[in-house]
Design a binder for this molecule. Sequence first.
Ligand code: ATP
Length: 235
Amino acid sequence: MSLLEVSGLHAAYGPVRVLHGLDFVVDEGEIVVILGANGAGKTTTLRSLSGTIPVDGEVRFDGAPIAGRKPEDIVRLGMAHVPQGRGTFMDLSVDDNLRLGGYTRPVSEVEEDKAHWYEVFPRLAERRDQAAGSMSGGEQQMLAVARALMCRPRLLLCDEPSLGLAPLVVREVFERLAEVNQRSGTAVLLVEQNANLALGIASRAYVLENGSIVMSGSADELSEDEAIRRAYLGM
Ligand code: ATP
């Protein structure tokens, strides 16, 4: 049994159908990337999993059906979502953002977890009293990831962490994601247009086009695929 099992996933915004029956899985502890161009349905896929939009089809997390459940229930079951645009509270300090991220945890564990993530993200430790909104884009992205990790998820959903960041910063964000995965065994489902770096840290990938999965395989296989190289790797 995989940690996340999705079959026949459909989603729509009103009359506009966006996802047309997706089937995919994420195993415990692995990093999986969904690649796709603008408008392919990547964000919608993550929203479907985290309960923020209504869906049809089957979504099982750790064996339990979760389609149709409320977002806060899904967080409590162990799936955390880092949305595009990052979802941090801009007026609050880094420290308060992390504390809020741990809202599902017993208070006694929150300080311990903050200390742990400050160790993994030293830049956040240096800026713990700074307002989130006054930090750089890369720092805000790391805060968004750390905040989501505060609920000790077994699966982290990450929506285009490279968006709007300079190449060097993107590299650092991806390195941190890989480190988090290795240190805590948290599985990561990443959606990205930046295939180069995403395939570099993922073990497997799916390619989404117009709301359907058109290709899947190991990250190594897809990195070497001619069509993928042309469409997503700029080669
Ligand atoms: P991008 O890489 O540009 O973020 P994406 O692959 O994440 O794209 P989605 O954001 O999932 O794509 O959008 C898929 C389709 O759904 C697009 O055609 C988009 O216009 C449409 N869509 C997204 N959000 C809404 C909404 N709230 N209401 C109506 N249509 C929407």
